[in-house]
Design a protein around this ligand. Sequence first.
Ligand code: ZN
Length: 132
Amino acid sequence: MVSKVDHIGIAVVNIDETLSFYTGVLGLKLLGSETVADQKVKVAFLPLGDTEIELLESTDPEGPIAKFIEAKGQGIQHIAFRVDDIEKALAELKGKGVRLIDEKPRYGAGGAKIAFLHPKATNGVLVELCQR
Ligand code: ZN
C-alpha cells in the first residue's frame, strides 16, 4: 500500500532558528517553504536522499503544531508514507477498520494530497498518507 517514506514532519517553535542545525551543521539544503493556511502551519522543505525533512512552525497559537509543542515539546510530529492512490488507500484502510482523522484527502504542502490516520490506530504514531 505504501511505497516509501515521503517525509518526516518535525514540529519546531521557529523554523529560521532551527534551520542553522539542518543546513549549517547537517548540510541539508532548504528547497523552499510554504504556509498552509488551512492547517495553520508554515512548512520548510529539506530534501534528504529520496525523502524529505519537513520543519513545521505554527502560524497560530491554536493550530495543531502549537498544541503538539505545548503538550510534548518540539520534535518528530508525524511520518508520511507515499501512496499512489490516496482515495483507494483510504477506502482500503477504512475497510480494514483503521480509524482515520481524514476520511477524504486534503491539500498538503507542496501540492500533495494528504490524509492522516488516527494515532490510536497506529500505536501512537501520527501517520500521514501522501500522494504526489
Ligand atoms: Zn506531512
